[in-house]
Design a protein. Structure first.
Lengths: 270, 158
């Protein structure tokens, strides 16, 4: 095993195509498997541009090397209710949040991720460097496994628009992996739902945007909100997990969905 | 491979395997206060401060923290005088087997630096990565609150 300590993104891109190259952002996923002897490890922690957080021109850009803790802290400073501040501030545990990086999480895509749902809801774009250099929509990245090799997540960006937000992680205890998460964003104008985004993670599809729920409420007067029969809109793609059976999790998701919608539309979250 | 590490303010030069974890390196070099628990980043026994932030040393490859400031619980005290937070843990009876205590103290220290008078809920959140299987946390929370008071009093005196 050998280690490389690049100072620039270009240096990383130069080795990305080579065999057995593993990027190490500082997070914990690497240590879940056995590191092979012939691996070239690339330590990304010395690259300054990956650590940047920029909030200007109506856009928030977070470097791929930014940790969950730092992202949550900075976002909460400007908007304590920001969906990413809520999600990342509750993910894993404090010592881990100080190490897990955004870029590493986007690449690894664990089913328990507290990052993928909010990013999808926010309509985030990833800036990749490597064989597919350029910006790529989060949804496209999730659909295209080939983008996960030969590329470095340089940063991710999303509009800094203000939303009413609701984030839910379904856990047995506060430090548990979530069985599923809901990320919900809502904008209202003149008493009407102008924009609603509902994203579910943790099913067999990893990340699902619940478009039918969004359509049901979009453009409607919040006074006329109807929370009946929401179970019809909850997908049947749950799988059995240690937290409970697929049918149990789907029932819990229906309850969580109603709570979130009630909260966002001004009613009692229950 | 060979590299230098700044541990408790002292520069150390060590030879170590490329895939060695920081936990194993520190223990090999005699930092026995860094405890080896789960090795999965869950229990918090192995916590150290990396540039003033609490991290699980079992989840860090040593090669990635060369030349960086690493502190164990031993670094908190000045000379023979225990840090007020350590005294508070002893006074509150928050130490039973003691295995989790170094990590707990460091997690509490990070919290109290940012928030000198935390609520019980804030303490629970800050210590969410540190497990104790003996005390049931009541005395630990008490110790953190006592430690906060002692640290504030010390700051006033100085």
């Amino acid at each position: 095993m050998e280690w490389l300590f690049p100072k620039t993104v270009d240096e990383v891109v130069g080795v990305l195509g080579k065999e057995n190259v593993v990027l190490s952002g500082g997070g914990t996923m690497l240590l879940r498997g056995k590191l092979r002897e012939n691996t070239t490890m690339v330590d990304l922690s010395g690259i300054e541009s990956l650590q940047q957080i920029v909030m200007e021109g109506g856009v928030i850009s977070l470097g791929g090397g930014v940790t969950y803790a730092e992202a949550a802290r900075r976002l909460a400073e400007s908007d304590p209710e920001h969906i990413l501040a809520q999600a990342l501030g509750r993910a894993a545990a404090t010592p881990l949040r100080n190490r897990i990086t955004l870029g590493g999480s986007v690449m690894a895509q664990p089913f328990w991720s507290d990052l993928l749902g909010p990013l999808t809801a926010l309509g985030a774009e990833l800036r990749l460097e490597g064989k597919n250099s350029g910006f790529c929509e989060m949804a496209e990245f999730m659909r295209s496994p080939e983008l996960r090799s030969g590329n470095l997540v340089h940063s991710l960006r999303f509009p800094s628009a203000s939303w009413r937000t609701w984030y839910h992680r379904e856990t047995r205890t506060s430090f548990d992996y979530p069985a599923f998460t809901f990320s919900m964003l809502c904008n209202q104008e003149g008493g009407r739902v102008k924009d609603l985004r509902v994203v579910l993670t943790g099913t067999s599809k990893k990340v699902e945007r619940l478009l039918k729920v969004e359509e049901r409420f979009q453009g409607r007067d919040v006074e006329e909100r109807d929370f009946q029969n929401l179970e019809e809109f909850v997908p049947e793609t749950f799988v059995d997990r240690p937290h409970g059976s697929a049918s149990y999790l789907r029932s819990m998701a229906t309850v969580a969905l109603e709570r979130g919608l009630r909260k966002l539309m001004g009613g009692d979250a229950g | 491979m060979r590299g230098s590490f700044i541990v408790n303010g002292v520069v150390r030069e060590w030879e170590f395997p490329e895939d060695m974890r920081l936990l194993d390196l520190l223990r090999r070099e005699g930092y026995a206060e860094v405890k080896c628990g789960c090795r999965e980043g869950m229990c918090g026994s192995c916590c150290v401060l990396l540039e003033e932030k609490i991290v699980n040393s079992c989840q860090i490859l040593a090669a990635t923290v060369m030349e960086r400031d690493i502190r164990t619980v031993e670094a908190l005290s000045e000379g023979e005088e225990p840090h007020p937070l350590i005294t508070a843990f002893a006074e509150a009876g928050a130490v039973q087997c003691g295995f989790c205590t170094p990590g707990m103290v460091l997690a509490a220290y990070c919290l109290l630096k940012e928030n000198p008078d935390p609520s019980e809920e804030e303490i629970k959140r800050a210590l969410d990565g540190n497990y104790c299987r003996c005390t049931g946390y009541v005395k630990i929370i008490d110790a953190v609150q006592r430690g906060g008071r002692k640290m504030r009093e010390k700051e006033v005196r100085e």
